[in-house]
Ligand binder design. Structure first.
Ligand code: SER
Length: 583
């Protein structure tokens, strides 16, 4: 039996024997392409070569490319765990011709590899061609000998399913062209019909290889321009072809995933889960997500709240939640980086970087502080048996408990409940608007405070117990208390929060006691020695005299301090090089 690793190397060596140069995978973070969130196909790193802007010392190349399809045009995040063959991260085996060979060699090479080297029975293979592509049809039929009944013509159905309509586009713009796909028939015991038939979505006929005949560049107006030379871009999912060659139906049954899922089961059990069913879909989700997270971090992304960083956070937290669902009650997710490295580190040495696990550990620590409580709130909201979760609850989970909305939707989906996404978006927009209209300057203006100065402890510690509420301001007016949902400025007798001064921004973090959470978005000085904390009452209520434990967000403080120090260093250096006029 071929292991996934052997399939990868057999592919690359076969293509090398056909004159292709083996090129390393590019990072999952595209170097210089603002149209892409993540690398989503093998051809991405050759986009400019196809367009004729970039020259390489070879005209034929072959790769095993790291791809992420989570966010952006090709997004499979929601399907992971629910189907047999969707992944957020996968490897795409590909061969490319840059104005060298075209349809004939692309088709013949693919057929030779599948039938002579991988020994797939010809009668198990079906092919599709673009409806008007008589040339490809004739090559398959007359030269390769695939009988007409196993060749299907499929038109382009732009917009709906980019990858399966026989006209492949990387995104809204860029190189594209008609394609010919090769399908494997998993046998009549599996439900599903041939490509192009009404039951094509079943699992019986699975697309394994896509041969794209790159001919056009689509511009941002949707117009097609001919490429300098007709080219070839093929892509075969390593996990799918491995499933075929290992005689299993699901990608999760291949050696690589079985090993990973075993490691996941051990890790969640070490973290408190009991007797985990080895076939649990959650094991698949975690195995998939830890691969994606490991590779994304290895290529330089950190979890955060925007863009790629937020995609990473969403994948990581979704994986952690599935561990919790299985019963894990301590950290486990980050420990799995080692298992990924064991399976794939030989091909991808970047996985040995110890930073990957450390970054994930920090993210896991952070999320573990709110995960259980957030799930409790979600459970309460779902207890009424309604089939729609309100946007406000989804927003509260997002805002206070760090639940990305797709994580909430994932939990809801398990119980047949949908999430009111429109309501969620509206709550989000409302909060943004509020933040804008109540800018901190406006809130600080004219606040009247006659009490004692604030005792600032933030150089010694980031956590202080027993901080007493001395004053609360709402909409610029002094008030005695504030409720959940209010935005207020609070003064305490002591604080570890640094207030904006000397060009360093104020701290963020939270004040918490048994009933109340105050989220601090910023800290500033009301007077030279009185610190105002801009708080959002995320839970409970707050009144004068209440006691809280203050916790500064350590990561943000450290980053702020570093930025601030660097600004000074930069300033000093600029003054030395350019002169003392630099301000
Ligand atoms: N770019 C095509 C795909 O992603 C073939 O590699 O399917």
């Amino acid at each position: 039996m071929f292991t996934a690793s052997e399939i990868r190397s057999t592919f690359l060596k076969f293509m090398e024997s056909k004159g292709h140069t083996i090129v390393a995978s590019s990072p999952v973070v595209p170097g210089d392409d603002p149209t892409l969130l993540f690398t989503n196909a093998g051809m991405n790193q050759f986009k400019d070569v196809f367009l004729g802007f970039d020259k390489r010392p070879y005209k034929r190349a072959t790769t095993s490319q790291k791809c992420v399809r989570a966010g952006g045009k090709h997004n499979d995040l929601e399907n992971v765990g629910y189907t047999a063959r969707h992944h957020t991260f996968f490897e795409m085996l590909g061969n490319f011709s840059f104005g060298d060979y075209f349809k004939r060699d692309a088709i013949k090479n693919a057929w030779e590899l599948l039938t002579k080297h991988f020994m797939l029975p010809e009668e198990k293979l079906w092919v599709t061609v673009y409806a008007e592509d008589d040339e490809a049809y004739d090559i398959w039929n007359k030269e390769v000998g695939v009988p007409a009944e196993r060749i299907v013509r499929i038109g382009d159905n732009k917009g709906a399913r980019y990858a399966s309509d026989n006209f492949w586009m990387m995104g809204d713009t860029g190189p594209c062209g008609p394609c010919s796909e090769i399908f494997y028939d998993h046998g009549e015991e599996v439900a599903g019909g041939p490509p192009g038939s009404p039951d094509e979505d079943g699992d019986r006929y699975i697309e394994i290889w896509n041969l794209v005949f790159m001919q056009y560049n689509r511009d941002d107006k949707g117009e097609m321009h001919l490429l300098p030379k007709p080219s070839v871009d093929t892509g075969m999912g390593l996990e799918r072809i491995s499933a075929v060659l290992q005689h299993v139906h699901s990608n999760y049954e291949i050696d690589l995933f079985q090993n990973l899922m075993k490691a996941v089961k051990e890790a969640v059990e070490a973290a408190g889960a009991e007797n985990v069913d080895p076939n649990s879909p959650s094991l698949k989700v975690i195995a998939d997500h830890i691969r994606a997270c490991s590779f994304i971090i290895a290529d330089g992304i950190l979890p955060g709240n925007e863009g790629r960083s937020y995609v990473l956070r969403r994948i990581a937290r979704r994986g952690m939640r599935h561990g919790f669902k299985l019963g894990a009650r301590s950290l486990f997710f980050n420990t799995l980086v080692k298992a990924v490295a064991k399976e794939m580190g030989q091909q991808y040495p970047e996985l040995s970087n110890p930073r990957i696990q450390e970054v994930l550990r920090q993210e896991e620590v952070r999320f573990s502080q709110t995960l259980a409580k957030g799930l409790e709130i979600l459970n309460e909201a779902l207890a009424n048996g309604e089939k729609l979760l309100s946007g406000d609850v989804a927003f509260k989970l997002h805002d206070t408990y760090g639940f990305p909305v797709d994580l909430t939707a994932d939990v809801c989906r398990e119980r047949g409940v949908a999430v009111d996404i429109e309501g969620f978006d509206a709550a989000m927009a409302k909060q943004r608007e509020l933040a804008r209209s109540q800018g901190k300057f406006k809130m600080a203006q004219g606040l009247d405070y006659a009490g004692a100065p604030t005792n600032f402890l933030g150089y010694e510690t980031l956590t202080v117990h027993g901080c007493k509420v001395e004053a609360i301001y709402k909409d610029g007016e002094i008030v005695d208390e504030a409720e959940s949902g209010d935005e207020v400025v609070v003064v305490f007798d002591k604080t570890p929060f640094y207030a904006e001064s000397g060009g360093q921004v104020g701290d963020q973090g939270q004040f918490k006691n048994k009933t109340t959470i105050l989220k601090v978005d910023d800290t500033f000085k009301i007077k030279a020695d009185v610190f105002g904390h801009m708080c959002y009452v995320a839970e409970g209520s707050v009144k004068l005299g209440d006691l809280f434990t203050a916790t500064v967000n350590e990561d943000i403080r450290a980053a702020t301090a570093r930025n601030h120090s660097v600004t000074h260093l930069m300033h000093k250096a600029l003054r030395e090089v350019l002169g003392s006029h630099v301000q």
